[in-house]
Design a protein around this ligand. Sequence first.
Ligand SMILES: [Zn+2]
Length: 216
Amino acid sequence: MKPINIIFLGKPGSGKGTQAEILKEKFSLHLIDTGEILRRLIKEGGPLADNILKTIKQGGLVPIWLVVFCWLKELIKIPPEKGVVFEGSPRQLEEAKILKEALYWLKRKKIKVIYLNISDEEIIKRLSTRRMCPNCLREYSLELNSELKKTKKCPVCHLPLKRRPDDNPRTIKNRLVSFKKDVYPVIRFFKKEGLLIEINAEGPVEEITQKILESL
Ligand SMILES: [Zn+2]
């Protein structure tokens, strides 16, 4: 059996992270989460960290060479028989082309690109209630988790949850604008390549997972 390589596309807050995590567990895939790798780099500090943080705060995209470096150094270490799920990449057309080329070159030709489609209104509602643990960097939705809504603490680290610096209303709107500018070409590219699966991602998590599993 050839290993599967799944790429998630979707607006910030569309549920990519949650669904990627579910598929990772279900098929024991290696998860490459570009956003998490970048946040780890921020935690390490230094000039690179300052630049990344500044870019994210402005709702912009970090340079393609840096995101490629982030996922590539993980990708090349994964055993060839193990499947991979990507979250947070690619977010620009050039990155998408490099990723497809890298996967092909590594003989990972079984590629499924899942686009979680969801309205701007729903995204704004979801992101304004998203919180992150400052220690383990896990993300939680206060909207989907009534227990956390009361405690507002990470169930793993027991530290108070914080709003992600890029989850304030102004940057959310900026991120939706740049999503359309940057990621729509990526979606069109994968569609043209015959690799795209589009899923209506409004609704309960289990329902979306079911739709994804049926489509694979
Ligand atoms: Zn934590």
